[in-house]
Structure formats: C-alpha cells, structure tokens
Design a protein around this ligand. Structure first.
Ligand SMILES: *Cc1c(COP(=O)(O)O)cnc(C)c1O
Length: 395
C-alpha cells in the first residue's frame, strides 16, 4: 500500500486544477500585456483567476498580486512593511518563534540592517495569544507577522484577535497563511488582515505559483524589477497556466471546505488517538485549534530519520519536521520553540493528511507504525539507558 501523508510539504494536483491549466498552454498562449486579441484573451483569463482567488479570501481582485509561491509573497510583504516603517523611523517587528523560514530568514536579513525583532514565545498551548502580541507592540513597531497555521505542528493561531489588536494599534498585520488557505475559512476583512501569503501547491494546485493579498492603500515594494505586470509591483510575464490551476484548485477547495475538513479531521483524530497509545510519546501542537490534516508526535528514544526510512519501506510517506535537511543535524526550530529538548525533538514525526487519504490508509498506518517505533527502540542505546534508569524519561 502506498500512503501519501506529507500534504504539508506539498499536495497532489487536483484533476480540476490540471484541466484548468490545459487550455492556458494550448489556447491562451498570448501575453496578457499584448494589446492584440490573443493577448487580451489571455488577460481576461488572468483576471478571471484573480477574481476567483479574491472571492475565496473576501477581498477585491486588485488586492491580489501573483507571485512565484508562498516564499516570495512572505518576502515581499515583510520587506514592504519594513521599508515603509523605516521611512517613519519605525524599525521594530513582532513575530513568533515558530514561523516558516521564508519569514524567519527575511527577518534575520532585516536584523542585520538594524531592525529589532520580537519573537513571541509559543510554549503555552504550542500557540500564541493576541495578548502576547498586544504586549509586544511598541511605539516603533512597523509590522506584526504571524503565521495563520503552523506547517509542522498544525497550531491555528487566533488570527482575528491578533488582527484586531494590530488594527487598534495602527500596525500593519501580515499572515503567512500558506497552510491555512483552502483548508479553513478565511476572510481578510473580517479578520483585519492587511497582507496574506498563499501558495498553490498546498491546496492541490500547481507548484511555483502563489499570491500576496495586500490591502488597498498599503504600499508594496517590488522584489523583481522589470515590466509593469501586477500593477507594477511584480515584474515578469505572468505564469498563466499555473495561475489558472491555482485559482481552480482554490475555488474547488473553498466549495468543498466543510465536507473535506470534517472528513480529514475525523481521520486526524483517529490517528492521534491510536498513536497516543504508544508509550513515551507526546502530541506536538495545539490540541484544540489545529489544522484538520496535521498529526505531529515526538517519540522518545528514536531518531525521526530512521523512522521515516522504515515507514517509507512500508509505503508510508511522512516527514520528520522540516529541519534535518541535507547534512544538518539541528532539530526543528519549531519543536525547540515549543519546548521540546534536543533529544526528544529528534524523534519527531509529522503525518499530514488531505481529503485524498482514506480510512483504509489510516488503519494501515495505525497497524504499522507502533511496531516500527518498537523495533527502532529495541535497537537504540538511548532507549536502553532510559529503561535501565541511566537516563530519565522526559515524555
Ligand atoms: C510551504 C510553505 C511556505 C513556502 O511556500 P512555497 O510556495 O513553497 O514557496 C511558506 N510558509 C509556510 C507556512 C509553508 O507551509
């Protein structure tokens, strides 16, 4: 059996999205900036896609800027707010300790330029509160950027409350909503969101395309100079097939959101209940305010990487959290941020589900995973030390 349970990394493209892309390759090959008929047909298709995305977020089409993905949208939102702030002498930014690297690394670049960043603690409930944001905002704060939902541990942040705090303080609010868009209901106006990043491939659209919502009146700086595409804020001939695929995927996701969320949540809860029975493990992430598809655990006494390899041999595709990329032995910054110590953080596993998963697959994971954990523990010197009392159990 092949089980794809790594939907937080990327998702399979939907048939609807694929079908929406085909005519863009075959028929709408014109450049949307061209004044002739073929160009103007492509322009119309482009604007239709923009309208669909705006409808799903509750904003105006002209507040949507297409980008190459979530990372670019994050970079552009943060750099734009920083440049605006710096012109007013405001160089302080509030964020959380468990943001995606697209946010964290952009902020680190700004810190080198003299910005100060407050990283909010996420140990309580593996989440942040609007009160923490309120307490962190200062006279010189030029931006609050907090993710909508965490990609590793699934916590959904109190975005509407954070938005209200920011609005009251007059501070622009950006949210990296890459994990949330298409999965939970979002309305940027109701939630007082000034800027929002999304990415097509996290909701069964194509890769390499995303969008930034930016509230009208809030200035953007362009990261890419060139032509006047995207209201002069993002140069380059538009990736029309990808944009249409993303719009179709999002429209489909929003139309079926409640039924998909109910189905995925039920599978998630079954997995969490079953895996919780494994001794010396802990659930990562907010147990209540949680993405429908996220299951994240730490298992004491094992290495997440070995677990992944053995699961892969059984046909189960999972993730150990986003760290441990080629050669790095550092555990995930997210798991450290929620208070997991190094040894425990190394034994992490993320299973991220989508509506394409089935009950049979969940049963298969539940049948196989406990045995794999036991097998690895039986081989582990750390586990032996834990059993003999040479080391203390933490979980
Ligand atoms: C995947 C992801 C990104 C990056 O999006 P890309 O389109 O791959 O650049 C940013 N933030 C979060 C929370 C993500 O999950």
């Amino acid at each position: 059996m092949q089980v794809y349970a790594d939907n937080a990394a990327t998702t399979k493209i939907s048939d609807t999205a694929l079908q929406a892309m085909m005519p863009c390759f075959a028929n709408y090959y014109g450049n949307p900036s061209s004044l002739h008929t073929v160009g103007q047909e492509a322009k119309e298709v482009l604007e239709n896609a923009r309208t669909k995305i705006a409808a799903c977020l509750g904003c105006e089409p002209r507040e949507i800027y297409f980008t190459s993905g979530g990372s670019e949208a994050d970079n552009q939102a943060i750099i734009s707010a920083a440049r605006l702030g710096e012109r007013k002498g405001k160089k302080h930014i509030v964020t959380t300790a468990f943001e995606h690297h697209a946010v964290l690394h952009t902020l680190m670049k700004l810190e080198k330029e003299g910005f100060t960043v407050t990283y909010l603690d996420v140990k309580h409930n593996h989440n942040v509160s609007a009160q923490q944001v309120k307490d962190a905002i200062r006279e010189d704060t030029c931006l609050v950027t907090t993710m909508y939902a965490n990609n590793e541990i699934g916590s959904i942040l109190p975005i509407k409350e954070i938005g209200a705090v920011c609005k009251e303080a007059g501070v622009p609010f950006h949210t990296d909503a890459v994990q949330a868009v298409g999965h939970v209901h979002i309305n940027v106006k109701d939630e007082n969101i000034d800027m929002l990043s999304l990415s097509g491939h996290k909701f069964h659209g194509p890769k390499g395309v995303g969008a930034l919502y930016c509230r009208r009146g809030l200035p953007l700086v362009n990261l890419i100079e060139g032509g006047a595409q995207e209201r002069g804020k993002r140069a380059g001939t538009e990736n029309l097939p990808a944009i249409c695929g993303m719009a179709a995927a999002l429209e489909e996701a929003c139309a079926h959101m409640d039924e998909n969320a109910a189905k995925v949540t039920a599978m998630r809860d079954k997995l969490i209940a079953g895996l919780s029975k494994i001794p010396h493990c802990a659930l990562n992430g907010d147990p209540v305010n949680r993405l429908p598809g996220n299951v994240s655990f730490c298992f004491e006494g094992i290495e997440g990487e070995s677990l992944l390899l053995l699961l892969d041999m059984k046909g189960i595709c999972a993730s150990s959290g986003s760290a441990c990329t080629s050669g790095s032995l550092d555990p995930s910054h997210v798991l450290l941020a929620i208070g997991r110590i190094h040894d425990v953080a190394h034994g992490s596993l993320r299973l991220s589900l989508s509506s394409y998963n089935t009950d049979e697959e969940i049963d298969y994971i539940l049948a196989e995973l406990p045995g794999v954990v036991e097998y690895l523990r039986n081989m582990s010197p750390v586990w032996r030390d834990l059993l003999t009392g040479k080391r203390q159990f933490i979980l």
